[in-house]
Design a protein around this ligand. Sequence first.
Ligand code: NAP
Ligand code: G3H
Length: 481
Amino acid sequence: MALRQDNKKFHTLLNNEWVGSKSGETVEIYSPDDHVVTGEVPALSQEEVDKAITQTADVQANWEATEGHERSELLHRWAEELEKMTDEIGEMIHREVGKTLSSAKGEVKRTAQLIRHTAEEGLRTHGSFIQGDAFPGASKSTKAMVQKVPHGVVLAISPFNYPVNLAASKIAPALITGNTVVFKPATQGAVSGLLMVEALVKAGLPEGVLNVVTGRGSVIGDFVVTHPKVDMITFTGGTATGQHIAKKASMIPVVLELGGKDPAIVLDDADLDKTAKEIVGGALSYSGQRCTAIKRVMVVDSVADELIAKVKEQVEALKVGPSSEGANVTPMIDQKSADYVVSLIDDAKNKGATVVTEGSQEKNLLGPTILDNVTEDMEVAWEEQFGPVLPFMRISNELEAIDLERRNAYGLQASIFTKNLENAFAIADKLNVGTVQVNGKTSRGPDHFPFLGVKSSGQGVQGIGRSIDSMLRDKVIVLNL
Ligand code: NAP
Ligand code: G3H
């Protein structure tokens, strides 16, 4: 069988065969743009998921035994095949998750680059050699060879907002290090994920080295996460889901990249033109549906009016509409998410926030809303909106910003805008987040930089080199001469 059953129905990959579920059950995926069914993927049963994981576990030792350069060559071929499919996959990302076509194709190109870099970096992993004599009572005749070995079967679970990139950023480091993979794509984005896997099959993926389990996370999620043949989990998604997975999974490594409430801290000596531009791009690209979106601005009162006026002008110039029209602010992934954003705006308005500009609402398409004078009692000051609303909190000085940020449940990233770099570094030292950006918006790339969240934003570190490290464990062989 082929990946495509017909125009809308897609199969999933089990042991290099494209198959449906035995029951014939599927999950329908609706485009956020026009609510038309874009695709259907198999809703696998637990029995089918079990088979997929078992097949992957059965071939892991053989895959680990292949030469590192062969695995690297497979990844290079995957990147090539992926690039050839840029238009097709880009079109599907655009339809499935409502990204503009250019940004969807950009995601595919970025992913091919990420895979190539992983293929190179993976060749440079190595263990170490330790002499025993550094410890009292031991001598040079005791020597440890510390090897790096794969965990075994890696379960990769990806979110909707980068259905290709955030899947490949788990799959590529797992494969290069000799792990086999069970890939659970987000339902919204599953077809894009399957097309990305088709490129891997074209590149020569050996049977069973990667299987794809499709179906709703709420139905099969716990089963995959607790499966005894899964040796490691790498997850990107919401904090509630990540925390649930962390509790369910026992005695295996779990890497989590979760939600964020990234602040932009703006001091009175900031370049306000640059700052406004970074804030608007950082907060509203893909309608704010990025973990790293700027989700609140803490601005020193003396420059707040001027900054907000600049941001307002730029925001009001943004085009709001369907992603098919290449708009800047496009429909949110679903109605529930849009309703949540509206509830945060309503709560802030009821508690006295000033509406600087208010976006219109048409189903799940929300125009951007800017709120000023947001205070600590408002939900939007703390909750992750994951949508096009930008709260401004006025502060008297940086100490207030540090205090607010340290009480943030999340700890993904923060931006500081100031011309005083010494001060920026002093503030950066005090923020409990994974990354601090100085004079730039919060964002993940370049993809070889370490990327992590602390507190409710995650555990473990990603980014190409660190993701590779996370897929390996030490194995020590001690030689006693
Ligand atoms: P989500 O609802 O948590 O879903 C993420 C993935 O988990 C999907 O594949 C989902 O499958 C699956 N899932 C759901 N329940 C599960 C369970 N019980 N066991 C195992 N898997 C389960 O997140 P999302 O809506 O796709 O993404 C939005 C959130 O992700 C935001 O909070 C955002 O900040 C965060 N995010 C963080 C990063 C980062 O790097 N820090 C990056 C991107 C997104 P189904 O789709 O089938 O439900
Ligand atoms: O949504 C979370 C992504 O990791 C953000 O990536 O900063 O490149 O948009 P990005």
